[in-house]
Design a protein around this ligand. Sequence first.
Ligand SMILES: [Zn+2]
Length: 161
Amino acid sequence: MGASIQFYGPEPCLPIPYNITKRVIEGITERESNTRWNNSTQYRQSKLFLKSFDKKKTKQLMSRSRTNIALVAGITTGHCLLNRHLTVMRIAEDPSCPECGEMETSFHFIAECPMYAMVRWELQGKDSFSVEDLANLSIGDILRFTKETGRLQGGMLPGHQ
Ligand SMILES: [Zn+2]
């Protein structure tokens, strides 16, 4: 079918190599994804962890087990076994952190809760994380932090493992 298309331009006519076409399409897709991500008013918690499309983090995440992928997805979206989300889901009545009494969101758990200051210190040399620090955490950092705290053992609601 392609051979039936009339070529106009200087000879010889050479096809565009597959890898160049692929790279151009990937670039367009990445730009489009970032535009959508940045313009969206949703995903408030996820945006703390992911500032933009990140090929490296995607690879890091997809090389993990399904359980760990679910754990990271839960933490970064806020849809996990922390009390704020359990209260939204009407599974629990108290959204506070059992350790310090603040609202137990993913941000509180990873960045602020004084109970886990030592784990943060061992991981990154800081007792609390800023919003900028969160975006720089690797997938491995998030998993190590979560496992060291023991707060989300099991990681998912019963019946979802
Ligand atoms: Zn706390």
